[in-house]
Design a protein around this ligand. Structure first.
Ligand code: FES
Length: 177
């Protein structure tokens, strides 16, 4: 697990000292907790997993996007990465989400809600609370699609109910040619 608060007396001190752009102070002034700022600045789980078992994408009501990569072994989430095109609140929430659900079963992870992530972040500005939903909904969508047997990376046939029939058909065409 990503190690937050390694400097117990003042977890954000070194981060603030290293911040030459003033971004940390700006976020702090807006109401972001030190924990949320640290997740945003260090982005420990930002990126992709080339061997992911599930890749899903969610577009928020604001237009920001979250792409999530899950590595799953025997129904346990062993690794996660997020690619976030969005605000600091969404990035902090995604990083905190990983620390909460990594190592959990997919059924346990599916029960994650916004409150769990908010508590992990300690605090966010009130107008940024909705940004947590993007990270949480992306995770829920990925788990649902994984359980339904749909993945952009798997050789799956078309199902009677398919969330992305065109993608499935395209995959089958490419693989059979
Ligand atoms: Fe879109 Fe924060 S404003 S996720």
């Amino acid at each position: 697990m990503y190690s937050l608060n390694s400097e117990k007396k003042d977890p954000s001190k070194s981060l603030f000292e290293k911040d030459t752009t003033g971004e940390c102070k700006m976020l702090s002034d807006c109401g972001y907790s030190d924990t949320a700022i640290q997740y945003y600045m260090e982005k420990p789980y930002m990126g992709s997993l080339p061997d992911a078992d599930q890749v899903s994408e969610m577009i928020g009501s604001c237009g920001d996007t979250a792409k999530i990569f899950l590595k799953i072994d025997q129904d346990k989430i062993t690794d996660i990465r997020y690619q976030i095109l969005g605000c600091p609140g969404a990035i902090s929430a995604a990083m905190a989400t990983v620390d909460i659900v990594k190592g959990k079963s997919i059924d346990q992870a599916r029960t994650l809600n916004d409150g769990h992530v908010f508590n992990k972040l300690v605090d966010l500005p009130a107008k940024k609370h909705h940004c947590i939903q993007l990270a949480v909904k992306a995770l829920h969508k990925a788990i649902d699609e994984y359980k339904n047997g749909h993945s952009d990376l798997k050789d799956v046939g078309c199902q009677s109910v398919c969330s992305a029939p065109l993608d499935c058909c395209k995959n089958n065409t490419i693989q059979s040619s």
